[in-house]
Ligand binder design. Structure first.
Ligand code: NAP
Length: 314
């Protein structure tokens, strides 16, 4: 690890790719705010499905030490030159720029324009839990699938972080929602608003689900490829766990889409609105300290917990 002098922060980071045990907890230099940026004192940061993939080296280049983590909630500590819409002491939440990691830390620097004020009604832990999952669900359900009132959607991986938000958003739009989960999570996905919950271990979803207008797949692999079968002609499917390209359907009468998840203030404000209006509630959350990052990653990589894993940073 590099020797650190000057002001430091505590962070969870890696110095090489590998299993959960490559995660270290220690001191790194404080960030500075470049023009247009703020430094945020991070109160909470969440674990996303992408984090263990980054840790394992599935995303190309990285400069070590690499602090992991993409979304956070906290308080503005420093404002850089030209920032006039946020001030020191503002509670904010957001997601780091696409392709950038660094939220598992006591402080981070980020462009002010892509974060939003955290509503008082939402705790820092809840705000961190819904930041990237909310952006992704909104991008998939509203922007990409353009789900309409009265339509039927199958949401794969119903108990996961993104799907927990997506089920509620789809219901809020007025769609009929079918969600898949293991037996242990059926009641959870129903409690989020799923009209129907399918235990994917007990039943082949392609035999019990059909005629859907849309599919949102958060699982990937075979599940993604088989999902086309439940669509009605003209149906559309969105995929976020199959890499950057949407899988190719074997039938020609449906559309396969890969949502682009932008980092911007407007969709974060939409998340804040949906949660404060009661349309979406935060998912079930399991809390960790940053020093327990390896343990959180083991659970995340196992892919059978429900809701979100969140670091309470301070
Ligand atoms: N910007 C983006 O493109 C973006 C953003 C966020 C996430 N993602 C990707 O989206 C995926 C989902 O992420 P996430 O954080 O929401 O959740 P996650 O941690 O990847 O998924 C956990 C959930 O998946 C469920 N699951 C596992 N296998 C399943 C199966 N065969 N059928 C149905 N459910 C299954 C588990 O529930 P059970 O225990 O009930 O099986 C668990 O609740 C990840 O691959 C992630 O990398 C992409």
């Amino acid at each position: 690890m590099q020797r650190v002098t000057g002001n430091t922060l505590k962070a969870a980071f890696i110095e090489r790719f590998g299993g959960p045990d490559v995660l270290q907890y220690g001191d790194l230099p404080d960030p500075a705010a470049a023009p247009g940026e703020v430094v945020v004192d991070v109160a909470a940061a969440s674990v996303n499905g992408a984090d263990w993939k980054v840790r394992a080296g599935q995303y190309a280049d990285a400069k070590f030490p690499l602090v992991l983590g993409r979304d956070f909630s906290g308080t503005v500590a420093i404002t850089g030159a030209g920032v006039d819409d946020l001030k020191i002491g503002d509670a904010v939440f957001g997601v780091l720029e696409a392709g950038r990691e660094g939220a598992y830390a006591e402080k981070l620097a980020i462009k002010a324009a892509i974060i939003a004020k955290k509503p008082d009604a939402l705790s820092h832990v809840d705000a961190a839990a819904v930041a990237l999952t909310g952006l992704t669900a909104i991008a998939a359900i509203e922007t990409t699938l353009k789900l309409q009132h009265g339509e039927t959607i199958l949401i794969q991986g119903g108990a996961g972080g993104v799907a927990s938000f997506a089920i509620q958003l789809a219901r809020h739009i007025g769609a009929r929602v079918i969600a898949t989960s293991s037996a242990a999570n059926l009641d959870y996905v129903r409690s989020l608003g799923a009209d129907e919950a399918v235990d994917y271990n007990a039943q082949d979803f392609t035999r019990v689900v059909s005629g859907c207008d849309a599919v949102f797949d958060t699982v990937g692999g075979d599940v993604a490829q088989k999902s086309f079968a439940v669509l009605k002609p003209g149906g559309r499917a969105a995929f976020i766990a199959s890499g950057m390209q949407a899988p190719k359907p074997e039938r020609g009468d449906v559309t396969s889409l890969r949502p682009a998840v932008s980092r911007a203030r407007a969709p974060l404000e939409r998340i804040a609105h949906l949660v404060t209006a009661g349309a979406v509630r935060p998912p079930e959350i399991k809390l960790y300290r940053l020093s327990e990052a390896a343990e959180a990653h083991r659970l995340s990589e196992g892919r059978h917990f429900r809701g979100k894993l969140v670091f309470k940073v301070r």
